[in-house]
Design a protein around this ligand. Sequence first.
Ligand code: KDG
Ligand code: MG
Length: 408
Amino acid sequence: MKITDAKVFVGGPGKNYVTLKIMTDQGVFGLGDATLNNRETLPAKYLTDYLIPNLIGLDPRKSEDIWQVFYRGAYFRRGPVAMAAIGAVDMALWDIKARLANMPLYQLLGGKSRDGALVYAHAAGADLEDLIGSVAACVAQGYKAVRVQCGVPGMPTASYATPDTKGGTAPFITDFSGIRPKTEIWDTERYMRFMPGALAEIRDRFGPELKILHDVHHRLLPREAAAFAREVEPVGLFWLEDPTPAEDQDALKLIRQHSTTPIAIGEVFNSIWECNKLIEHELIDFIRVAVTYAGGITHVRRIVELAALHHVRTGFHGAPSHSPISMAAQAHLNIWAPNFGIQEYLVLGTPECDALFPSDHYVAKGMQYVSDTPGLGVAFDEAEAGRYEYQPGSHPIVRLEDGTLWNY
Ligand code: KDG
Ligand code: MG
């Protein structure tokens, strides 16, 4: 069996999805997602210039060897661009393997460990009153876990993932007005004074059952993060996400020494080498990697298995930047992983997105259910794809009030 061709499509309804399709001489094909938010053209180029020419003629069933060749054989290893491209190839090869076996992917991983996988929704408000309304809407839809983000009084601009104005909805992360980023202003002291009380208020309003998550989005210094994690302990958060920037992994030790609030980190990690020490030293509770830019199913499964040895559960990244292909790959991992924790899930299900990526996977009452369609269980309508093209966009950047650049 041989790979005969592979194509990359960039575009989508309101998103630049990077979709890989690998064709074989037996008519079976596989799909992968290489979407790297606001840098989408780069993994697409890595695929077309380096990986696809090397794929033609290979046996697609040799997914492990192909992964090793693309990872070790590159000499310059890792990084989000290469790993997103390798991740897409790997997803497509597992899709082919499972289609050939006429089984849903989760059967090849070891079968179902649960009937459905817990997901969390996003709630956000320009102020606490709006946030409470947004959480209530999630609860009314049956979500059992909600990430809460709130505008901070006196902050000159919206905070991370919160609406600019009262009554507004949180913006999608990408601003499509161009590649020059907008600027948000951040003030740690205002955040530290306000947010613990806001989280306590959410707990009081919604009672002990709701799983409450909060994303600091890398904004605090280690000592501040330790103090914050300790102060919010009575709220009983499900997790506190990205309390400090991920480059300084020793910072997590300080947080651990001062608090038992569960910590989730890793949405920007590209390999096991960025989280093996965090996992082995049990400095985190949830690993947030994504199958897209952490090298696909082959590599993420390795991370999941290491995590399982150290009481670390999964909480894969699921921002709307992921296409239904990688969300499906994660859904199969979620339904199998013995140490599954939770899945971030943002409703992608617009009619346009469903038309581009038809699938029978679904979420109901805060749980994700995986279809038994062979492979990843997602199709790709190339005629639909022809309606879209790449649109440049950017994340905001963050500055302090005096102009100093801060972490987005
Ligand atoms: O591209 C950046 C987003 O993926 C990120 O801001 C989303 O932090 C995020 C989350 O937890 O979903
Ligand atoms: Mg996050």
